[in-house]
Design a binder for this molecule. Structure first.
Ligand SMILES: Nc1ncnc2c1ncn2[C@@H]1O[C@H](COP(=O)(O)OP(=O)(O)OP(=O)(O)O)[C@@H](O)[C@H]1O
Ligand SMILES: [Mg+2]
Length: 574
């Protein structure tokens, strides 16, 4: 379990608390054993009417164990929970650091799926120590200590106790777990489907109502809920059966202790006052086995959560050592880059090479699905590539820190994300120290200042979830302002003007070129606007370069680009 390596290394800092809580946990159970056994001896001895002074030690013993059981339990709870939450907090920090640095796009994951992983899987890890490992260690320690204690009275009883203890605490829980396993698997799948469905129905509320999907959703939801209830009933039945079997085993063991110890008392090998003590010792020690039913689940859960977490943060090409090369300059170079679909092994980008010297501009054009956005994501380190290299300033990506790489770029995604906060806060994420006048002048340049002026809250206007409060074109222009605020040297634009009308698009494209004349730029576009401004245009089809050159060269070539150009012009002149 590779997650355990991580957790153990994070736990080292909490080692003291963990050891203390284990010791306290062990002592709690032993106090319980001590309480019941001294009580048994006390009652047995009292029955013989001894001098009250003879009972003093036992009375003190009963009081001692009674009081200290509570004290140890209290400290065990405080220390173990404290350590657990400290570990959880370290795991969360470790996860977010790795998630941000090593996240590479997993095309088969749904967003909701990743969200569930981040929230629930990380949380589940906290239970590993509290409900998995600690109870196991305490159960083993208690079993050994009680076994040795019983052995000092009767070896036969110690053996019987040992076998019964292992059967109740270890074999039975494994059997119950195996019985439950199939149901657990199905329960997990159903829970996941219900969560994803809920998320879908919230995000797609408009579509669900436009296309008459309401009934289908409700029916499917009902079916899944019923199935889940059915599975949970069965699971609970098995668990109740397991718990009762556990109690039954305790009673059987107690009976066996009485049967085995009786001849010893008759033969005079065991003093009569200890006769009641042995079965009570046995039953008291079984307290340590109560949490054992959960241990297997916790181990499995931890393994699965660990794998889920690694599936999200598995590094792509990223250097995990701490020795990074610094960025020397901003010449970008892509050499023989190939990106494959992990599931089908078909290529998405095939053997792509191009150079982007600092301050030059490259356009990537091509039909939908030809791999344009994929190239930009690979440059930003969000997509794994199996073959080829990307270099920045002559240095390989794999030798650089992903943070340094991403700092060199500013980008607009094809579907950029707007945070559910104000315009100002959405823009300031690009440059914290940007002044209001700098922001306003860019907003003016990108024809979006009116939006701020017409709103009484100005820059403090809320954008709403996914930017619902503004139009698609306004959102694009805001995103342009955000991207250009970031003081990075290479700009990646993925169809940044696709939602604008033709007239506005001309203006905005011109404004972008003015703003970026001192930066490098890769611009993905369907619309061929002001293409003579690019030093190179790469024409992509199905992940392969079909043509490349300047606008003039490609027009003269009369190839694919020329066809696209003519199609667009014919369409515009219709
Ligand atoms: N999330 C995804 N899951 C699976 N396959 C994907 C995903 N995103 C893209 N692809 C596939 O990768 C290929 C390239 O996609 P990409 O998004 O790079 O195309 P594009 O050229 O940007 O298209 P468009 O012009 O429509 O934006 C396509 O065949 C597409 O189906
Ligand atoms: Mg795209």
């Amino acid at each position: 379990m590779r997650i355990l390596k991580v957790m153990n290394s994070l736990m080292k800092r909490q080692f003291f608390f963990v050891i203390c809580s284990l010791i306290m946990g062990g002592f709690t159970i032993l106090c319980n054993v001590g309480l019941l056994s001294t009580s048994a001896v006390l009652i047995s001895r009292a029955a013989l009417h001894p001098d009250v002074l003879d009972l003093m030690v036992l009375i003190v013993g009963v009081r001692f164990f009674g009081i200290f059981r509570g004290v140890f339990r209290y400290f065990e709870r405080i220390l173990s929970h404290d350590a657990t939450f400290r570990i959880l907090s370290s795991i969360r920090q470790w996860f977010y650091k790795n998630f941000n640095e090593n996240y590479s796009e997993k095309r088969k994951f749904k967003t909701g799926d990743i969200y569930t992983k981040i929230v629930t899987d990380v949380d589940k890890l906290r239970e590993f120590y509290l409900r998995g490992l600690y109870p196991l260690i305490i159960a083993i320690l208690t079993g050994v200590a009680t076994g040795l204690f019983i052995a000092s009275f009767s070896i036969n009883l110690a053996w019987t106790y040992g076998i019964g203890y292992i059967l109740t605490g270890f074999i039975l829980p494994i059997l119950i777990y195996k019985l439950n396993n199939n149901f657990l698997e199905e329960e997990r799948k159903l829970n996941k489907s219900i969560n994803l469905m809920l998320l879908d129905s919230l995000k797609g509320i408009i579509e669900i109502n436009i296309y008459p999907l309401k009934n289908e959703f409700a029916e499917e939801f009902n079916y899944l809920s019923k199935r889940l209830t059915h599975i949970q009933k069965k699971k609970n039945l098995i668990n109740i059966f397991g718990t009762n079997l556990n109690s039954l085993m305790g009673t059987i063991l107690m009976g066996l202790a009485l049967i085995i110890a009786a001849p010893l008392v008759i033969n005079g090998e065991l003093e009569g006052i200890y006769y009641a003590m042995l079965p009570l010792t046995v039953i008291a020690s079984l307290e340590a086995l109560i949490p054992m039913n959960m241990v297997m689940y916790k181990f499995k859960e931890t393994y699965e959560s660990g794998e889920n977490i690694f599936a999200v943060i598995e590094s792509s090409h990223i250097n995990n050592s701490n020795e990074f090369e610094k960025i020397q300059n901003y010449d970008l170079s892509v050499k023989n880059l190939s990106i494959y679909d992990n599931d089908t092994d078909a290529f998405i980008i095939n053997n792509l090479s191009f150079e982007l010297p600092y301050k030059k501009k490259v356009a990537i054009v091509g039909v939908s699905g030809s791999g344009k956005s994929t190239i930009l994501k690979a440059l930003l380190g969000f997509i794994k590539y199996r073959e080829g290299e990307i270099l920045i300033g002559g240095e390989y990506y794999k030798n650089m820190s992903i943070d340094d790489i991403r700092e060199a770029f500013t980008a607009i995604e094809q579907n950029p994300y707007v945070f559910n906060t104000t315009i100002k806060e959405n823009l300031l994420i690009a440059k914290k120290e940007a002044s209001e006048s700098e922001i306003l002048s860019l907003l003016d340049k990108f024809e979006i200042l009116d939006l701020i002026k017409n709103n009484e809250k100005g820059l403090d206007t809320l954008l709403g979830q996914f930017g619902y409060n503004i139009s698609g074109g306004e959102k694009q222009r805001l995103m342009l302002v955000r991207a250009l605020l970031k003081p990075s040297e290479i700009l990646l634009l993925d169809e940044p003007t696709s939602n604008l009308d033709i007239e506005l698009e001309e203006k905005i494209v011109k404004a972008i070129h003015e703003e970026i004349h001192n930066k490098s730029c890769i611009w993905v576009t369907h619309r061929l606007v002001q293409m003579d401004k690019f030093h190179e245009i790469i024409v992509l089809d199905k992940g392969q370069v079909m043509e490349r050159g300047t606008h003039k060269e490609l027009i003269d070539n009369k190839g694919m680009y020329y066809k696209l150009w003519n199609l667009q012009n014919d369409y515009l002149h219709l």
